[in-house]
Design a protein around this ligand. Structure first.
Ligand SMILES: Nc1ncnc2c1ncn2[C@@H]1O[C@H](COP(=O)(O)OP(=O)(O)OP(=O)(O)O)[C@@H](O)[C@H]1O
Ligand SMILES: [Mg+2]
Length: 231
């Protein structure tokens, strides 16, 4: 279980997060919603250790990880699929996947078969350069790379951004499958509300660095959710 409590994050004098609380549990999808620039990526950066928090704490599997580096968090099973995918354009698909080995012990350095079951296109393109893939294929590669480390916490930043509908469906199916395994806690940042609505167990809507609406799936009020997103 992940518990972020009262997180503040600053870029110099600019306050990007203010008192954010977030929970993610194995087998559940926590959706973080909100318009452009409200702090969604900053929150994932804080959880992954890409940017230090100035206040608050992040507890993962019962341990306080607030001060740990991104590499140490990866070794504790935290994988980050960043916005814009950030695959290596000059490396092949295979090599891109193998960059996911970094946090693993040598004996665990294998690409799990599920990666190719979820995204068969990656298998057919193993020798191609990452930069030659379409945007949707690059997104599948970025998620595949994160799965190579067999994460227990998966952070996904707008995986549907700029992607064609057929691949959005594949990505939705992949997230559903990972959720159904019951072992991985997933934090999904999205602006595509219908996509998030189908997958989410918990919802947090952000505005100007704060969570302005939070609800479980069962108690979710769609009107309030849409209102919070339109703030
Ligand atoms: N490295 C940075 N330095 C300074 N300000 C930043 C930096 N990164 C983000 N910001 C600012 O922090 C605020 C939150 O940005 P963030 O990227 O977290 O928003 P977001 O919700 O992910 O937006 P989007 O939906 O466009 O991806 C914005 O005002 C942004 O301009
Ligand atoms: Mg963002």
């Amino acid at each position: 279980m992940l518990e972020a409590k009262s997180i503040d994050l600053k870029y110099g004098a600019a306050h990007a997060l203010r008192g954010v609380d977030l929970v993610a549990e194995p087998g559940k999808v926590t959706c973080v919603l909100g318009r452009n620039g409200v702090g969604k990526t900053s929150l994932l950066d804080a959880l992954a250790g890409q940017h230090p928090v100035s206040r608050g704490s992040i507890v993962w599997e019962g341990k306080n990880i607030t001060g740990l580096s991104p590499a140490d968090r990866a070794r504790r099973g935290i994988a980050y699929v960043p916005q814009g995918r950030e695959i290596f354009p000059l490396l092949t698909v295979q090599e891109n996947l193998e960059t996911g080995f970094a946090p693993l012990l040598r004996r665990d350095r294998r690409i799990p078969v599920e990666v190719f079951e979820l995204f068969p296109v990656l298998k057919t393109m193993l020798g191609r350069r990452g930069g030659d893939l379409s945007g949707g294929q690059q997104q599948q590669l970025a998620i595949g790379r994160a799965l190579v480390m067999r994460p227990r916490l998966l952070l996904l930043d707008e995986p549907t951004e700029g992607i064609q509908p057929s691949i959005i469906k594949d990505i939705g199916r992949a997230i559903s499958f990972l959720r159904s395994l019951g072992q991985i806690a997933i934090v999904l940042v999205e602006q595509y509300l219908d996509f998030a609505r189908e997958l989410g167990d918990h919802f947090a809507v952000m505005d100007r660095g704060s969570v302005v609406y939070a609800s479980g799936r069962a108690e979710l009020d769609d009107g309030e959710l849409r209102r919070a997103m339109a703030l």
